[in-house]
Design a protein around this ligand. Structure first.
Ligand code: NAG
Length: 135
């Protein structure tokens, strides 16, 4: 966790000067092979810390909306979005659900217009994401 925060910060700083390792928004993410294994990265997600500044929140939202490269933790959450939209993250444990919910609820509350765009992108037919948040 500490090292991923360090990496996120490093990348955030270097993005300012053109981060060479930042992936273009159009890069296809490789398919998640083992969902449960993948979801483990949300066991210790410190939502308060990762979304604690407007700049970080901007960075997350641009990542989710494919308008800027993703810092690692934003990329992790972005890849979880289709899983959440398709089945409410049925493979998540309670802690993972709680953490992902908290992150998404934060975006929804703080940035309602962008949240609407996110729903259009990841949950086009409708209500799965908001249902996930209110369940
Ligand atoms: C929303 O949930 C339904 C029922 O679980 C599912 O069939 C549908 O594919 C989901 N929508 C998206 C965009 O994944």
């Amino acid at each position: 966790m500490n090292s991923s925060i360090a990496l996120a910060l490093f990348c955030l700083l270097s993005m300012h000067f053109g981060c060479p390792t930042a992936k273009p928004a159009t890069d296809n993410d490789e398919e998640i092979k083992d969902v449960k294994e993948y979801l483990k990265r949300f066991d210790n997600l410190d939502v308060d810390q990762i979304l604690s500044s407007d700049r970080l929140l901007d960075s997350h939202i641009k990542c989710y909306l494919n308008t800027a490269p993703c810092i690692p933790i934003a990329r992790d959450l972005k890849r979880a979005l289709p899983i959440v939209a398709s089945n409410g993250c049925k493979d998540c444990n309670d802690i993972q659900i709680k953490n992902i919910k908290k992150a998404l609820a934060y975006v929804k509350t703080k940035r309602a217009p962008e949240w609407t765009q996110m729903v259009a992108l990841y949950d086009p037919t409708g209500t799965n994401l908001s249902k996930f948040l209110t369940d």
